[in-house]
Design a protein around this ligand. Structure first.
Ligand code: MN
Length: 247
């Protein structure tokens, strides 16, 4: 049985939507993607967190700054409070269960906010001397370098101290949340990846590896490492359930 990967879709004009690069990348790495619904029922949240072996957080629009105690700046784009709410609740349930989370772009930021951290609403108006983080090149093209922190989960997975990634963001993590550390930055100091110190696999990346898994070995390896962690979690849960039934 493949591990089940819960994916929270975006909510746009009353439609839920996931780019197929996410589901294709999960499938390519051996996982079975399940799109999660926009529910407001407490029981649904608990059941979703119990049923999935890992959570994939996808890219999308901006995040409500009131979630990290700020008023909106002029550069803030469209926000989706309902999506913020669903993601934050699922992240906290998964963190409590020690379940794997792979968080991409917006997902990296909402992961940090859910864990009690903050973020930049609009990099260009809040920081000077930035590289281009909204690339004009095709989505699969790796445009800027990142420097990977050693030791880190990200380094353990990639084995690279530096590599190039794509970039489509005007927001970013400001300071990692309590219990989290920076695992990569660009040369301008922008945080490009964070990870939990106390969970086996909770990783947020600011770039879009799902657009690169067909052509880029490192991007595919990130998904493989995530799915592998989900497979281990699935095994632990199965062992616990069979242990219970023997008692
Ligand atoms: Mn970037």
């Amino acid at each position: 049985m493949k591990p089940i990967i819960g994916i929270i879709p975006s909510l746009e004009n009353e439609s839920v939507r996931v780019h197929r690069d996410y589901t294709d990348s999960v499938r390519r790495a051996g996982g079975l993607p399940f799109i999660l619904p926009y529910s407001t029922d407490d029981e649904d949240f608990n059941q979703m967190a119990d049923q999935v072996d890992g959570l994939l957080l996808t890219g999308g629009g901006d995040i409500d700054p009131s979630l990290f105690g700020e008023d909106p700046l002029p550069g803030l784009g469209p926000i989706t409070p309902e999506r913020d709410h669903l993601e934050i609740r699922m992240i906290r349930l998964m963190l409590n269960r020690g379940s794997p989370i792979f968080a991409i772009c917006r997902g990296c930021q909402i992961l940090n906010v859910a864990a009690g951290g903050d973020m930049y609403q609009d990099l260009d108006s809040q920081l000077d001397g930035l590289l281009q983080h909204t690339q004009q090149a095709p989505r699969y093209h790796a445009s800027h370098k990142i420097r990977v922190v050693k030791p880190s989960l990200l380094y353990q997975i990639t084995g690279e101290e530096s590599f190039k990634v794509n970039s489509f963001h005007h927001q970013a993590v400001k300071e990692p949340a309590p219990g989290f550390v920076v695992s990569a930055r660009t040369a301008d100091g922008v945080i490009e990846a964070i990870e939990s110190r106390s969970h086996p696999f909770v990783l947020g990346v600011q770039w879009h590896p799902e657009n690169m898994t067909a052509t880029d070995a490192l991007a595919h390896r990130l998904f493989q490492a995530f799915i592998e962690a989900c497979r281990r979690k699935k095994g632990q849960r199965a062992a616990r359930i069979s242990g219970r039934s023997e008692n």
